[in-house]
Design a protein around this ligand. Structure first.
Ligand SMILES: Cc1ncc(C[n+]2csc(CCOP(=O)(O)OP(=O)(O)O)c2C)c(N)n1
Ligand SMILES: [Mg+2]
Length: 584
């Protein structure tokens, strides 16, 4: 039986271990769909409602599994819709392969219908982007695309003209130079190790430092034991950028939790006071939260040599995988007898945790968003997979969702896009049937890809979506006021009954606005045998204040109120209450 280009594509992907493709149909990829139909026993097609969600789902799948994520979209508009999700994967270093259709091979460049040169459009987002020229070409480029995505932990793209998808391997299109079978579906994921002299130079700095902090990011997700042992040896706290939230459990005495605007005050103190910084597997982007230039001798472990010294000047750079490099470094690092830096961080963490407990257990009305995140945390299983969207919700999730056991957490870290959380949940639930999957979203981010609730129902994916409904694009409202010093503008949202919407889609729908009912409502939703939405109606005046507020921020904020912020008094009262709670 002769094979079409599309058959060869699908079979080669299967040979690479791909068993799931997220996508949406269109006439520009009908040839590929026919191949997916005839190969449905070996590869699953998951139909989403918007191509952006397919790319997010592929990215989430890659983040939670460490495997290649694959998404598929039609020519023209379908491909264009993928873009934001692909940038999310690129920015957070995830291997994702995008496959798109193109117009007929002999009409390309003639203003034909859906004649968008996706190969060119994707040139920035994809490290590899090729047009498939026929059946003799497809295997070679699939191999190179997959190896590029895995090897560089980024996005690769293949586009196939719609007629080429149906060309068969019997066609005499193979050039003599293209020796059949020359390309192998083999990727060796071994990373280079730094030399002993560099390891020693790094160890010397760590041994010489008296206040060592460790910034452990997503590159350390598979190196929990090594990171903990390093923290014990250097007697310093582990500071976790959000993508590294799962590196160590939050009840570990070695961590001060998150960092940055969404982080904890003790993490910021550690960054401000350390004399030595070990950055491991992190490109945490907020430069202002790093130690001041010249303050700390810095060692960086980074798998991508081009990212050494990217965010902070580095004294010793170690290129390689964090687990391997930390393993090689540990025997060279002596255990410090002076534990005072770590102990100070632990003291501060006790106070921080008490404050979080206080904020998370408030019983006053309107319902505070922290209460929802705090109660949810108490109900999560030790193997839960959590995704979060961008917005104030990311702050509540960062501060109140406590990692433990084999829990996993992600969000759009570097692109910080909205809309990713529910599709990440789709990717997670597909990859790990039986595990609890929870998506934490704002009302703004949720409505961007609201149709994906239908995807959850269609595939019976029991993802629980917790919507923090504050009728506003909260994060921007606060940014306008606290960072910009201007009253809010253009951020109010027309309310939607999300519980009714969930039920209309065939999912469970719950609403809660009373703090006393949060735990029971969340429990009902988590126990619901299928996808479910909880609409938590929360106080829109609750500010996501940084762990430590600066004088500038306080000044801007006051200015915004003076300039005539609507509801200024209500906001002022809420902020004051928070500050009083912090002090007493
Ligand atoms: C695609 C996209 N558009 C706009 C933004 C800017 N942005 C960041 S957070 C945010 C508000 C999110 O609002 P919502 O989802 O309601 O969450 P809340 O902040 O209210 O908790 C916006 C508009 C973004 N990050 N991504
Ligand atoms: Mg909102």
């Amino acid at each position: 039986m002769s094979h079409t280009t599309a058959d060869l594509l699908v079979e080669r992907l299967v040979a690479w271990g791909v068993d799931t493709i997220f996508g949406f149909p269109g006439d520009g990829i009908n040839g590929i769909f026919e191949a997916l139909r005839t190969h449905q026993d070996t590869v699953r097609f998951i139909q989403v409602r918007h191509e952006e969600a397919a790319a997010f789902a592929a990215c989430g799948y890659a983040k939670y599994t460490g495997r290649l994520g694959v998404c598929l979209a039609t020519s023209g508009p379908g491909g264009i819709h993928l873009l934001n999700g692909l940038y999310d994967a690129k920015c957070d270093g995830q291997p994702v392969l995008a496959i798109t259709g193109h117009t007929f091979h002999d009409l390309i460049g003639t203003h034909s219908q859906q004649d968008v040169d996706l190969g060119r459009l994707f040139m920035d987002v994809a490290a590899y982007s090729e047009r498939v020229m026929g059946p003799a070409h497809v295997i070679n480029v699939v191999d190179t695309a997959v190896k590029t995505a895995l090897g560089r932990r980024t996005v690769a793209h293949l586009t196939i003209p719609k007629d080429v998808q149906e060309w068969t391997s019997g066609d005499e299109s193979r050039s003599a130079a293209n020796v059949p079978g020359h390309s192998a579906d083999v990727f060796e994921g071994d990373w280079p190790m730094p030399s002993m002299s560099r390891l020693k130079a790094a160890a010397d700095l760590l041994n010489a430092g008296s206040r060592v902090a460790i910034l452990a990011g997503r590159g350390c997700l598979g190196a929990r034991a090594e990171v903990l042992e390093m923290a014990d040896k250097v007697g310093g706290p582990i500071v976790k950028p959000l993508l590294g939230k799962g590196v160590v459990a939050d009840d570990s005495l070695f961590t001060t939790g998150g960092v940055g605007l969404l982080g904890t005050a003790p993490s910021q103190d550690a960054m401000e006071e350390c004399d030595t910084l070990l950055i491991a597997g992190s490109s945490f982007p907020y430069l202002e939260f790093y130690p001041k230039p010249g303050q700390a001798r810095t060692i960086q472990i980074e798998i991508d040599a081009t990212r050494t010294g990217l965010r902070h000047a580095v004294d010793v750079g170690l290129v390689g995988d964090c687990r391997d490099v930390l393993g090689a470094l540990l025997p060279l690092v002596a255990r410090k007898s002076d534990r005072s830096f770590l102990e100070k961080a632990q003291e501060r963490m006790k106070r921080w945790n008490t404050l979080m407990e206080l904020r998370g257990t408030r019983t006053d009305l309107p319902l505070k968003p922290q209460v929802v995140a705090h109660q949810l945390n108490a109900l999560l299983r030790d193997d839960a997979i959590v995704s979060a969207d961008s917005g104030t919700i990311a702050t509540w999730a960062a501060r109140h969702i406590q990692m433990r056991g084999t829990m996993q957490f992600s969000l759009s870290g570097t692109l910080a896009t909205m809309g990713n959380a529910v599709p990440y949940g789709i990717g997670a639930a597909i990859a790990y049937p039986g595990r609890q999957v929870v998506s934490i979203v704002g009302d703004g981010g949720f409505t961007m890809l609201m149709g994906e609730v239908a995807t959850l129902v269609k595939y019976a994916l029991p993802v629980k979506v917790i919507i923090f409904k504050n009728d506003v694009l909260g994060m921007i409202k606060w940014e306008q006021m606290v960072l910009g010093g201007t009253p809010q503008f253009g951020v109010q949202l027309q309310p939607i009954d999300f519980a009714a919407y969930a039920r209309a889609c065939g999912a469970g729908g719950f609403t809660v606005s009373d703090p006393a009912e949060v735990a029971s409502t969340l429990r009902q939703a988590l126990d619901y045998p299928g996808p479910a939405i909880v609409e938590a109606v929360v106080d829109s005046n609750e500010p996501p204040l940084p762990g430590k507020i600066t004088t500038d921020q306080a000044w801007n904020f006051t200015e915004a109120l003076v300039k005539g912020e609507r509801g200024g008094w209500e906001i002022f009262k809420t902020v004051l209450e928070n500050k009083i709670r912090e002090v007493v």
